[in-house]
Design a protein around this ligand. Structure first.
Ligand code: IMP
Ligand code: MG
Length: 180
């Protein structure tokens, strides 16, 4: 797996610092609230596991699975619910936990569905943000770990054709990998 990586963008240590900082801010901001963390599968699963342990206030968690990307690196445009939430959102302060905010189409769609379920509040926490790629202009992250340029990254949950999610750091693949 290592031989496929061109360069490391965020090391294990850097990711730990980013997540610790986000956890601290969220714990402050939500201390008198009804925090429900909603992880968007599968990409955010590693981030979610670390972020929830960096949060020091009571919270609930739930998972949702939507498909926005098929195999490869380009958006299919279509977003479909594969697995819905179990928890009723009424009165909850929902914080979406996402791996990367790219075009924003996935979260824009998710937001429109979840808002009809009457959460008390709705905010977005993304580990990575690619602002240059945004296609939905009014969609932004309330919490963002780091900005990345318009490059396809893998690791720490993020995949290329379902692989590389288990890398503990975030990096860029060698071009040969895409042409294989
Ligand atoms: P959006 O709907 O275009 O914002 O797409 C968001 C989803 O696309 C993310 O949750 C990822 O699954 C996927 N994605 C976007 N950029 C990357 C990347 O650089 N690496 C891996 N997955 C990505
Ligand atoms: Mg993906």
């Amino acid at each position: 797996m290592l031989k496929d990586i061109e360069k490391v963008y965020y090391s294990v240590e850097t990711l730990q610092d980013i997540v610790a900082d986000l956890g601290k801010r969220i714990s402050e901001d939500y201390k008198d609230k009804n925090l429900l963390l909603v992880s968007v599968l599968k990409g955010s699963v590693v981030f979610m596991a670390d972020l929830m342990r960096a949060i020091t206030i009571p919270c609930e968690i739930d998972f949702m699975c939507v498909s926005s990307y098929k195999d490869g690196t380009t958006s299919s445009g279509a977003v479909k619910i594969i697995k819905d939430l179990d928890i009723n959102l009424e009165g909850k302060d929902v914080l979406i936990v996402e791996d990367i905010l790219d075009s924003g189409r996935t979260l824009s769609y998710l937001k429109s569905i979840l808002m009809t379920r009457n959460p008390r509040s709705f905010k977005i926490c993304t580990l990575l943000d690619k602002p240059e790629r945004r296609a939905v202009p009014d969609l932004f992250a309330d919490y963002s770990g780091a900005e990345v340029p318009d490059e396809f990254v893998v690791g720490y949950g993020l995949d290329y054709a379902e692989k590389y999610r288990n890398l503990p750091y975030i990096g860029v693949l060698k071009w040969e990998v895409y042409s294989e």
